[in-house]
Design a protein around this ligand. Structure first.
Ligand code: C2E
Ligand code: MG
Ligand code: MG
Ligand code: MG
Length: 282
């Protein structure tokens, strides 16, 4: 990186690791082991659509790939703990490659078995974009698994847009040219200004779950969600609301025009091996 003069301000980055050094080192070791000794687990969570009338049928629109570490002593580790360490150490690159390969293999298998799921969404870190090779790796995976690029969604958080960087723009353009869709994840929680919406080619906005906890009881929260959905639509984006845990939250978001919903109310993330059987009945 660039040298910084002593008085210079640094942008606060939410992905910065705020852990004691020994915990970071331990997590990095856990990550290494998980990568080398079959300790990663792919989870899938459905993303659904529904009409806004009461008791409307819910249909599966797609899935999101979410990774876990299965630690031999400490049990299942959450990505909120180890993704920041993976980003800081660079291990996010082999980790992201693993998730993508497993996810594509799952989608190909699910399709062969007759599951009517359209898309799979992958979370992509800034580091993976800046490292290069993401587009080539995805194109190669799609070819090997005989999948259409139109079925792939790449989710990035607003923090990817903190720096006005030509690599981000070029990567997004290349992903779009391949046929993939781009989603803004955790919308409304990042530190970047909304100006990126003017010039970056997104297809989907995912409203963060912090906006839905009281959407069915608090008029101000409901107004905020409705306004975000309207803004997304005005920009030609499809809108997904994350973190739906209650029927009332689902109804409220659908009434406000949400295109897709995701949350424990419909289904928790499931191990890839169980997901197929479960999603067929959804
Ligand atoms: P995300 O991409 O925003 O994923 C949604 C998170 O919300 C997931 O947490 C999911 O389990 C959780 N969630 C879904 N529905 C509900 C709900 O109704 N209520 C609540 N309270 N939570 C819900 P998870 O799986 O722990 O993942 C956390 C974050 O870790 C993800 O947030 C994503 O930013 C990151 N992550 C996960 N897998 C990957 C990966 O393969 N690569 C990268 N770069 N990041 C990943
Ligand atoms: Mg996501
Ligand atoms: Mg999210
Ligand atoms: Mg998140």
């Amino acid at each position: 990186g660039k040298e910084r003069s002593p008085g210079e301000y640094r942008l606060y980055r939410p992905s910065t690791v705020h852990l004691p050094a020994h915990e970071m080192i331990a997590l990095e070791r856990d990550l290494h082991r998980a990568l080398n000794e079959d300790g990663l687990r792919l989870m899938l969570q459905p993303i659904v659509t529904a009409d806004s009338q009461p008791n409307a049928r819910v249909t599966l629109a797609g899935v999101e790939a979410l990774v876990r570490i299965e630690h031999p002593e400490r049990g299942v580790l959450s990505p909120d703990t180890f993704i920041p360490v993976a980003e800081a150490s660079g291990l996010i690159l082999p980790l992201g490659a693993w998730v993508m390969e497993q996810g594509l293999a799952w989608l190909a298998d699910a399709t062969r078995q007759g599951l009517d799921t359209q898309t799979i969404a992958f979370n992509v870190s800034a580091r993976e974009i800046h490292a290069g090779g993401l587009v080539e790796r995805l194109a190669d995976g799609l070819e090997r698994h005989d999948l259409a690029a139109q079925r792939i969604i790449l989710e990035v958080t607003e923090n990817v847009m903190l720096e006005r960087d030509s690599v981000v723009r070029e990567t997004f353009d290349a992903l779009r040219a391949l046929g993939c869709k781009l989603a803004i994840d955790d919308f409304g929680t990042g530190f970047s200004s909304l100006s990126y919406l003017q010039h970056l080619p997104f297809d989907i906005v995912k409203i963060d779950r912090c906006f839905v906890g009281e959407v069915h009881t608090a008029p101000r929260q409901a107004a905020l969600v409705a306004a975000m959905i309207e803004m997304g639509h005005a920009l030609g984006l499809s809108v997904t609301v994350e973190g739906i845990e209650l029927h009332e939250q689902a109804s409220r978001c659908l009434a406000s025009g949400a295109d897709h919903l995701q949350g424990y109310y419909f289904c928790r993330p499931l191990p890839a091996a169980e997901a197929l059987a479960r999603f067929i009945t959804l």
